[in-house]
Design a protein. Sequence first.
Length: 335
Amino acid sequence: MGKIMLEVNDLKTKYVTRFHEDVYAVDGVSLKIEEGKSLGIAGESGCGKSTLALSLMGYYFAPLHYMSGDIIVDGKNISGMKPDDVRRTILGNEIAYIPQAAMNALNPTQKIIRFVEDVIHAHDPKASKKDIYDLAKQRFEVLGLPPEVLQKHAVELSGGMKQRTVIAISTILSPKVLIADEPSSALDVTSQKMVIKMMRELMEKGFIRSMIFITHELPLLYNVTDDIMVMYAGQIVERGTAKEMVFDPIHPYSKGLMGAIIVPEAGTRDQKLTAIPGTPPNLKRPPAACRFADRCKYATAECKGMAPTMKEFGEGRSYRCHYSVEHLREVYADE
């Protein structure tokens, strides 16, 4: 096993609504990412993916609140740190974040170089404009962005260029962990390919040491990440390599996600599209039983009466279900 860049142990975070109700959006998540590796997180809207991304940075502001658990970045536990300390020492240097709708994250009244200056000055107030420009020019060129972009405003850039610009700015300090929250959403296929290529190059050139890539499209992660975790109702329900998760999902929810998407990869083209019935549980009052039981056609009385734990099988694979792997595979084969 390589050096661990990010380790998360039993992380729990919640939202507090204006009516003082608790919404348990991340409930007991644990994960590890090695140096040079990338992890994909997939799941439908509302499962907690973006909340997990925000939580992993250790930067909490209402209505999001930290409850318990450890977030360890390159050996440093950032759980419970003060927001100012996190912003000054962790964000950008240790962990960088690319938000959803990143194309809209750029102030249209400022030139791109101003954003780069703000990021670098937050960590090194004495950095000169020339040094910042030289670093930005070099980094942008390496990532396929002409240096002229630095003197432009966001409104002068195409959607794909804005997305790549945000990625370049977010990683300008070469963070140890990059968290990308649906960075290819709202882009055409060509722009998506360019963004994915750029993410790979960031890893290959050592500008980032490890990456978390979040999306609701599980098959997309097959081309981007080494491993994939599937998230449902605030919990991780399965983890495996990208190949295993796309071609051999074990948990009924993972199986349902794959069945609901048209996949071009060989070996999956003949599959019929299926829908996952029902809706996720209310996370204000998460069930004490299996959270997927009410939507699972294989659910038994045990599933609806007791919560399953994560089970390990094979090398590096785990899933959250009462059924054995052998039984689930037999059931799937008979369908």
